[in-house]
Every structure is written in C-alpha cells, then in structure tokens.
Design a protein around this ligand. Structure first.
Ligand code: BT5
Length: 236
C-alpha cells in the first residue's frame, strides 16, 4: 500500500508555527506532506492561545486533502498519538475533543485548520523531551517523565507518522470504525464535566461520543449533544 502521510517531510530548525507554514505551502504540495520544526517561536493553540514549543518536543503539521470537510480529522491525530505513546509503553487517553492526557495531565494537543474543499492542516504538538513551562507544571507533562531518560525524537516521529498514515486511511474509508476506537479511548465517559463555549456553559455527565464526533451529555436528566467546534472541557 502506498504511504500517504510522511512520504514527503519538510524539516525546519525554527519556524513561527508549523501550521502557518503548512497553510502557506498547502496548495502546491502532495497530500500527506509533513512540516516538522525543532522549535516554534509562535506555536498556537486554539482561539489564539499559545503553545509552548521549545526544542525537544515534536511539533508538526500534516497537510491532508480529504474528499470533504470533516472536523473528525482531529481524531486521526488523537488516535495516532495514543498508539505512539503505547509503542513506548505509556498508557494514555483521549480527553474529548482535543487533547491526549497521561496521568491526569495534558501531553498532546491538536489544531486543525484548513480551506474548505482544498486542504486541511492537522497540527500536532506532543511533549517528548522538552521542558514544561513553570506555569503549566501542574497541568502538562512530557514522555520523558514516564521513561526517565530522553527519547530518540526521530523514532517517536517515525512511529507517529506511521500511525497517522494508518488512521487517516481508516478515517477516509470507515469513519465509524475510527469513532468506535475514539469512544474506547475517551476517558471522560461517566464523569461529570463542564463544557464551555464562549460564554455558554453546560454541566453534565458525559455519556458517549457519537459517530459524528459530538459528545452526548446528561444534563439533569435531559440529553444534550455538544458539537466539538471550539469547546473546552473541564472536570467538575
Ligand atoms: C491545543 O490548543 O491543544 C492545540 C495545540 C497544537 C500545537 C501544535 S504544535 C504544531 C502545530 N503548530 C502550531 O502552531 N500548533 C500546532 P488548546 O486546546 O487551545 O490548548 C492550549 C492550552 O494548552 C494553552 O492555553 C496552555 O494552557 C496549554 N499548553 C500550552 N503549551 C503546552 C504544552 N507544550 N503542553 C501542554 N499544554 C500546553
């Protein structure tokens, strides 16, 4: 089978944001092209939040050209990261909609952007050997903390691209299978959560992740469906 993700890899020492770079070149490169940088000077999270990206972490963006616009592409990243962590013996879970957590802390985040009908950029930040900024110490972690010694970044990247390629195929061919795996690896189900979108807030028990990627909540006995969009989720 021909590989899609990672056939072409652009490696940079420093860039503002691999997502920005990927968006600049997306129209002219083949699907699956990856942009990876040793460090980002303006790494971004969602909604203008910043993403700490010092040397030692894995900061990359994949340019995809899916047949239709589908926000569930973020789950390709989440599944590939959980598989990669498992390859190194680290047990992780998906915190719907946008993070991977290990031991109660965030280890990876995803930023999907794109131009409808043309391309999607899946940005992935995975803390590997990089230091965690002081202000995030209680909420973020890195692979090195679980292994006890620095990991070969090249090898982590290789595993991640391999799994991204595999899950991207599943996403395109059998998205419901991909969502079944997401459901299995989502650790928030059964817990009471607070979902925040702009000034709206919903508190309820997380019941399920549906095939369209939304979260099913029990809010005082009433079932509510929350689309992923730009929502943040906190534990109550
Ligand atoms: C995300 O946003 O989690 C998306 C992160 C995507 C980063 C990748 S790196 C490659 C590509 N290029 C980019 O410029 N971005 C992508 P969000 O859910 O909004 O979470 C952002 C929040 O996570 C921040 O407000 C911090 O609280 C926290 N944070 C910042 N840096 C972190 C880090 N290195 N590890 C864990 N948490 C971090």
């Amino acid at each position: 089978m021909n590989r899609i993700v990672g056939l072409k890899v652009i490696t940079l020492d420093e860039v503002d944001s691999t997502n920005e770079y990927a968006r600049r070149i997306a129209p002219g490169v083949p699907e699956g092209t990856v942009v990876v940088a040793k460090r980002q000077t303006a790494g971004r999270g969602r909604k203008g939040r910043s993403w700490a990206s010092p040397e030692g972490g894995l900061w990359l963006s994949v340019i995809l050209k899916p047949p239709r616009v589908d926000g569930r592409i973020v789950f390709v990243g989440a599944l590939a990261v959980t598989d990669t962590l498992a390859d190194f013996g680290i047990d992780s879970g998906i915190k719907w909609p946008n993070d991977v957590w290990v031991g109660g802390r965030k280890i990876a985040g995803f930023l999907t952007e794109g131009k409808a009908g043309e391309y999607a950029v899946l940005g992935i930040g995975l803390n590997v050997n990089n230091p965690i900024p002081k202000e995030l110490e209680g909420s973020a972690t890195a692979m090195v903390n679980f292994i006890g010694r620095p990991l070969p970044l090249e090898r982590v990247r290789e595993r991640l691209l391999f799994h991204l390629d595999g899950w991207y195929r599943v996403f395109k061919g059998r998205p419901e299978l991909m969502m079944a795996k997401v459901r299995e690896r989502t650790f928030i189900l059964g817990r009471t959560v607070r979902v925040i979108e702009d000034s709206d807030e919903l508190v309820g028990r997380a019941l399920d992740v549906l095939d369209d990627g939304s979260l099913l909540l029990d809010v005082n006995g009433e079932l509510r469906r929350v689309l992923y969009g730009d929502v943040s989720l906190r534990f109550f």
